[in-house]
Ligand binder design. Structure first.
Ligand SMILES: N[C@@H](CCC(=O)N[C@@H](CS)C(=O)NCC(=O)O)C(=O)O
Length: 203
């Protein structure tokens, strides 16, 4: 499999982290998204949405949308990350959908704007509202993690693989302080201590 990716991307890191956890080998092909490298004809043929990550399977089929790729890999390689009980699964799906609507736009997008010199007048106006919503998202996670070791119970699941990447770098760009969320800090340390753990910049 080939993972078309950009190393600082949390969306790509979700897939690299899952592959590390499951012991799956992927070849990384890197793109610089700040230079429009995901908008070439050949890239758009893989993902018409012009965004990494894209997972290219051995038969050439291309999958996009990070959480769809997580689910595909977890279903192909059954493990406790995606249990069969429908209620437990629904709880995991809940976190995956929530991540895309309530977490990623408020935490990942401001991080990118502020660390990659991508701020515009419009984004400046949007920033305070995004930060308010991002704080609400981090508070919600912190409260869930006060009650249990991981997001969807006391064992690690796909929900944690999905939410770890942008949460652990939330401070980059200066909008958030993780010291305000002690249960998230404990959860980050627990995940970083796992023997298969790889950092975000590991190719
Ligand atoms: N919802 C998508 C978001 C993917 C996304 O936003 N990718 C960004 C990098 S993290 C990108 O490729 N941006 C390049 C562009 O939009 O030109 C996912 O979860 O995969």
């Amino acid at each position: 499999m080939i993972l078309h990716d950009f190393l600082p991307s949390g969306n790509g890191y979700k897939i690299r982290l899952l592959c590390a956890c499951l012991g799956l080998k992927v070849t990384l092909k890197q793109y610089d998204i700040t230079k429009g490298e995901t908008h070439t004809e050949s890239f758009l043929a893989m993902n018409p949405n012009g965004k990494i990550p894209v997972l290219e399977l051995d038969d050439g089929q291309c999958l996009s949308e990070s959480n769809a790729v997580l689910l595909y890999l977890a279903e192909q390689h059954p493990s406790s990350l995606l249990p069969s009980d429908p209620i437990h699964r629904a709880e995991i799906y809940k976190w995956l959908f929530w991540e895309q609507y309530s977490h990623e736009p408020n935490i990942a997008s401001p991080r990118f704007w502020l660390t990659h010199n991508a701020m515009t007048e419009l984004k400046k106006q949007m920033l305070p509202d995004r930060i308010e919503q991002g704080r609400a998202a981090l508070t919600l996670m912190d409260e869930a993690l006060a009650k249990q070791a991981f997001l969807a119970g006391n064992t690690m699941t796909l929900a944690d693989i999905c939410l770890f990447p942008y949460t652990h770098v939330a401070e980059e760009g200066g909008s958030y302080q993780l010291s305000e969320y002690p249960n998230i800090q404990r959860w980050i340390k627990d995940i970083e201590a796992l023997d298969w753990f790889i950092p975000i910049t590991q190719a």
